[in-house]
Design a protein around this ligand. Sequence first.
Ligand code: IMP
Ligand code: MG
Length: 174
Amino acid sequence: MLKLIIPPEEIRIIVDRLANEIRRDYSSKNPVLVGVLKGSFVFMADLVRALEIPVEVDFICATRYGTNERPTKEAKVIKDISTDVRGRDVIVFEDIIDEGKTMKALLEHLNAKHPASIKVCTLLLRDKKTGLDVNVDYLGTTVDEGFVVGYGLDFRERYRHLPGLYIIEEEGGS
Ligand code: IMP
Ligand code: MG
């Protein structure tokens, strides 16, 4: 069963606010926006249109999940960007940061390409009290426990198309 946690109208407000913050910081910089596949594709599509400043877009894909769907300790880059980001201002876009391991690995990987600067924008951040060793520069909103789907986020490749954000809930009792 899916429980709606953030409706499309609320997502639009969050995306517009993030776009305003980023526009303020990057209006004369022509940044390279790097979306983390696959989950960020819907977020990126809305964000670049709300930004209204010239940007370049690329995508990267990392996974902590092997074929057995058990998270591995370290995230692995399985599709790299093709843009030369040396000396460029890079902003990485993620759908959700949970333990931060994926973002940490991606930042190490991208930093090795010597960008002028690199910042992180995430639509969602898991609201945990434990120390996250990734700095989030632009934050959409926090979410509690529960697996989130919709607006690009999937559970086993399902639900990415939903316009709102939902939590998967166990069927009560049966
Ligand atoms: P982390 O390395 O623990 O931060 O895991 C983050 C990665 O797992 C991201 O790439 C997310 O797309 C994915 N992920 C974590 N939690 C969820 C969720 O609730 N729904 C969908 N994907 C998630
Ligand atoms: Mg992801």
